[in-house]
Ligand binder design. Structure first.
Ligand code: ADP
Length: 270
């Protein structure tokens, strides 16, 4: 209701007149609401792996005389602790990005290096699912920014593309430049995303039904981290997807002109 969102201040003035000020508090209330939701979500998301870890530890302690059971539950325990580790790491990244203190550096970053390192970090998962990673397009492109954060963003996209691909699938990265923008497209031929989910997938903690029911599902924070990193670099993102055929996530970033940038850096040094 509108009335509860308006803060009314009144003050008597000379001549019997009254000054009434209306202050729209919608934005403040919305921020408070988002903060409350975030805390509730964090508690909920942490409770699940912590609960499993304590239950599995008890089970292992009770199964001391059954080596097969110990092996089985220990492997589950490892999976759950890894999940918890990733969740905590992503929460820290996201809260740093939200506080705006994630960027310590703004340097000339090679897109080739970013893509190569991001691919390297998902190679184990890609091998496990027998997904082929291919890259192509323009080489030698540069942007200004934080190399570690950009690598995390591209890694998250490739990681999703691999995880939501069919076994033995193919994920391709296409790099190009147009109108002063560097474009990094991550294309998969996986399950795709329904039109009504396209905006929701970028929300914090949002997970598709399949991801939620999957045992080793992610935290639902990956794409919100990508969105933040891209926005902080003055870029934007696009998502194209056909359910059943695959998805293309594209990051667009302002291009740094390499010779110009190098000349500027040289000037600063001398
Ligand atoms: P997570 O992958 O950890 O669940 P994300 O924030 O990375 O979280 O993604 C949110 C949701 O978006 C996923 O749960 C999934 O439903 C959907 N999604 C993301 N990337 C893809 C993709 N390449 N193909 C199909 N669905 C995807």
């Amino acid at each position: 209701d509108v009335e509860s969102r308006l803060i009314v201040r009144s003050a008597p003035m000379n001549g019997g007149r009254v000054l009434v000020l209306f202050e729209d508090s919608t934005t403040r209330l919305r921020l408070e609401e988002a903060r409350r939701d975030f805390t509730a979500n964090v508690s909920h998301e942490l409770k699940s792996p912590i609960g499993s870890i304590s239950l599995l530890s008890e089970t292992i302690a009770d199964s001391a005389d059954d080596p097969d059971a110990v092996r089985h539950f220990s492997s589950q325990l490892m999976t759950e602790s890894r999940r918890l580790g990733v969740l905590v790491q992503e929460l820290i990244q996201l809260s740093r990005l939200q506080e705006g203190d994630a960027f310590r550096t703004s340097e000339l970053v090679s897109i080739d290096d970013v893509v190569a390192e991001a691919m390297d970090r998902v190679s184990v998962e890609a091998d496990t699912r027998d997904v082929t990673l291919v890259t192509g397009g323009t080489q030698g492109l540069y942007v200004y920014g934080d190399q570690a954060m950009l690598t995390t963003a591209v890694r998250n996209l490739i990681d999703n593309a691999v995880r939501y691909s069919h076994l033995h699938g193919r994920v391709s990265m296409g790099i190009s430049t147009h109108d002063g923008l560097v474009s990094i497209a991550v294309v998969d031929q996986g399950e795709g995303i329904a039109p009504d989910q396209k905006d929701r997938v970028f929300e914090r903690f949002y997970r598709g039904d399949k991801a939620r029911s999957r045992e080793t599902g992610g935290s639902g924070l990956g794409l919100s981290i990508v969105k933040h990193v891209v926005a902080d670099h003055g870029g934007r993102m696009s998502l194209w997807s056909t359910p059943g055929q695959g998805s293309t996530f594209t990051i667009l970033l302002p291009e740094a002109n390499r010779p110009q940038a190098e000349a500027l850096e040289q000037e600063a040094v001398t």
